[in-house]
Ligand binder design. Structure first.
Ligand code: PLP
Length: 416
């Protein structure tokens, strides 16, 4: 019997119907129904996204912005329409504030190299937090090397929550930038970003939010948050890999130099001088991931058709259930117990290495992630080499959490 056929949700949320939209979930792995709990690494794709990719290559494929022929104008229209959908999705003020990038990583590197390299100087300070993904640490370390700026780190407590008083104390006249994760990928913590942005703005400091783990679970309104930059990846929000979004306030983008040079980002080129295109194209050199942009927004529209609030509420119910079930397993310690969390269940087992847990669970058809989750400083803080992480999405069920818990108990028995 497949997992989908035994689902009886207590809420109105029709998870059985949602699962039908994700063809990959119907398969068996090692002879067991697939239990996919690795959603923080990448989410599965609904049929509408797969169809958008097929439709693009079947009917629309052409390079954009340059051609006068029918296919090129169709592809340009479809691609630029996605920018409008993304503007509305984030409630940005204008399409000029929506840049297509390869993903969260490239978005942060763009800001570090364009904004940071231009405006940071020797002795300046950049604030990040103790729970950042490596992609929100390393780009800032590189720009520190280049400019002589220094990193300052917001500490966290044992639950995996940032300390607001310590954050405020980090501000000095030398503070030039704050870059923090909206939702932690290894702990699930939802940071109080609105308050943190307001505090930074009191000191005149711009803020970037890494939204890679937030946009698929929470409503994000960049104008309400008043963040200066917001980045996320398409593949974690039910879209394809290789495409993502950088939102930035127009007034900042106007002041920033291009990140890369090439076609599309120019107005005119001579050997003596190049002038740059208007926003947002100034930051989009070369042929972009056209099919990626178009199919990413198919995923976002799918998510909106279900309702982000309904998804968040359902996932929260799963999180509470999962927390209760896993906490009751003797020898299991949850890592990341913040009061305000999304559906991340990171854990360690007494005397069992996380890689053994992952390998054992795989045989049971269960996909989780084990390792440092690109947050080595978080592992160092909790004094663990790695964790096992089950991460939830809208198509997961309580039955799947029960399957996970039973498999963990089996692992404990085998290794005891
Ligand atoms: N930031 C966070 C919080 C993440 O979870 C991830 C990916 O796991 C990234 C950044 C990097 O995203 P990508 O590899 O899609 O660029």
């Amino acid at each position: 019997m497949s997992v989908a056929s035994v689902i009886h949700s207590e809420t109105d949320f029709d998870v059985r119907k949602i699962r039908e939209d994700f063809p990959i979930l119907k398969q068996q792995v090692h002879g067991k129904p697939l239990v996919y709990l690795d959603n923080a690494a990448t989410s599965q794709k609904p049929q509408v996204v797969i169809d958008a990719i097929t439709r693009y290559y079947t009917l629309e494929n052409s390079n954009i912005h340059r051609g006068v022929h029918y296919l090129s104008s169709q592809a340009t229209m479809a691609y630029e329409n996605t920018r409008t959908i993304l503007k509305d999705f984030l409630n940005a003020a204008s399409e000029k504030e929506i840049l297509f990038v390869r993903g969260t990583t490239e978005g942060i590197n763009l800001v570090a190299q364009s904004y940071g390299r231009t405006f940071f100087k020797e002795g300046d300070e950049i604030i990040i937090s103790a729970m950042e993904h490596h992609s929100n640490i390393v780009p800032w370390q590189i720009v520190c090397e280049q400019t002589g700026a220094k990193l300052r780190i917001i500490p966290m407590n044992e639950r995996g929550e940032l300390l607001p008083d310590a954050y405020e104390k980090l501000f000095t006249p030398r503070t030039k930038f704050v870059s923090i994760v909206h939702v932690s990928n290894s702990l699930g913590t939802i940071n109080p970003v609105k308050e943190m942005i307001a505090m930074a703005h009191c000191y005149g400091v711009p803020v970037l939010l890494d939204g890679a783990q937030a946009v698929q679970h929470l409503t994000v309104d960049v104008r309400e948050l008043d963040c200066d930059f917001y980045v996320f990846s398409g593949h974690k929000i039910y879209g394809p890999t290789g495409v993502g979004v950088l939102y930035a306030k127009q007034e900042l983008l106007e002041k920033m130099p291009p990140y890369q040079g090439g076609g599309d980002m120019i107005r005119s080129v001579t050997f003596e001088k190049t002038t740059f295109n208007e926003l947002p194209y100034k930051f989009e050199a070369g042929t972009p991931n056209i099919v990626g942009g178009i199919s990413m927004t198919a995923g976002i529209r799918y998510l909106q058709s279900i309702g982000i609030e309904a998804i968040g509420a359902y996932e929260h119910e799963l999180l509470e259930y999962g927390t209760e079930v896993l906490s009751s397993i003797r020898g299991l310690r949850l890592i990341g117990t913040a009061k305000n969390k999304t559906g991340i269940l990171s854990f360690v087992l007494d005397n069992v290495h996380p890689h053994d847990v992952g390998t054992f669970l795989d045989v049971e058809g269960i996909a989780i992630r084990t390792g440092h989750h690109c947050t080595q400083p978080v592992m160092q803080f909790f004094k663990v080499p790695a964790t096992s992480r089950a991460s939830l999405a809208m198509y997961n069920t309580k039955e799947e959490i029960d399957i996970l818990a039973d498999a963990i108990k089996k692992v404990m028995k085998v290794f005891s």
